[in-house]
Design a protein around this ligand. Sequence first.
Ligand code: NAD
Ligand code: WQD
Length: 346
Amino acid sequence: MKNRVLVTGGAGYIGSHTVVELMQTGYEVVIVDNLSNSDISVIDGIEQIVGKRPDFVNVDCQDYVSFENVIKKYDDLCAAIHFAASKAVGESVEKPLLYYRNNITSLLNLLEIMQNHGIHNIVFSSSCTVYGQPSDENLPVTEKAPRLEALSPYGNTKHICEDIICDQSRANSSFKAILLRYFNPIGAHPSALIGELPNGVPNNLLPFVTQTAAGLRSELKVFGDDYNTPDGSCIRDYIYVVDLAKAHVAALERMLKVDSEPVEVFNLGTGKGLSVLEIVRGFEQATGVKLPYRIVGRREGDIEKVWADPTKANTVLHWKAETPTDQILLSAWRWQQHLMSKANKQ
Ligand code: NAD
Ligand code: WQD
């Protein structure tokens, strides 16, 4: 039986955690990653956790010939999980062509290679960004909520990639896809051997929180306390990256083992919204570390509040995000401490 999964972007944050879960479930893996936003040491971390090294190839998915040459070497591929993409929202506004080229070309190449080599199943990393700011009656957000016009080129690539996959499915009866719309992934593996590696000054909340707690940043700026939310700060659905990784295994097994619809969409979130200030307090309570913060003005383009209705994933994928918030925040802190001790040794 074909038992190997192609994981593009498998050296990245969500990809590496997913590779661990896949291997621990018994799948073979081949990672294709150009290390544009990750480090080769991640593969060592995976090996240490799993006790086995995944196959890894440093190739850019935009390079069709090199990408196809990797796939030609494997005759046991049953599916692809496609994480490889550029993901910084702000950068995508400044460099839209880079984002369109990378995110769309990489997907087109992958789909063409899959078609040419009889690989019929794909799990695609989409995002809650496709919902924009849902209206109050659409909160929590189900998969039936309308996709709103994207607020950034990055967000637009997720719209376009979802559409490309749907079109490819209409044209090929054997092709199956699951689109996973992640909410806000946070935290790190409990081993603290893999986690998020932000590039430069973090844009996302949790890496900024842990870097501030570690003294690398003087204070966290909380972007706005005048929103229409209970404490005035923005609300998100923060999902533990290990729970998220497990959802990929559930999605894969559904495609491989169940006579499911050709394209299915799932929201991956906890179903619970937390405000920025709740995260700040939760972090202090979970870790016992004081977090210097200051309320500043709103960040341009921020959504006020969004959280998932994960009922479909809970019932159809038999998957649930269950890790308590304090455990998740502690895992992020332990990962930050691991990074610091590694930096001190160098
Ligand atoms: P990440 O940057 O940590 O991982 C992406 C990986 O893909 C990196 O290792 C990078 O080197 C690699 N990569 C990028 N372009 C490539 C290319 N052309 N060829 C080969 N490798 C390439 O990001 P992540 O947070 O793990 O996100 C993974 C996926 O999930 C992305 O598609 C992202 O858009 C999506 N997503 C992320 C979030 C989030 O908040 N992290 C939320 C929703 C969706
Ligand atoms: C979370 C909250 C900020 C930093 C982004 C992408 C989205 C998706 C997930 C990929 C917001 C506040 C943050 C800080 C703060 N990614 N904040 N001070 O904006 O929900 O979504 O990541 O698909 O597309 O846009 O995540 O972590 O940046 O912010 O107050 O220093 O934390 O205002 O309310 P966001 P985030």
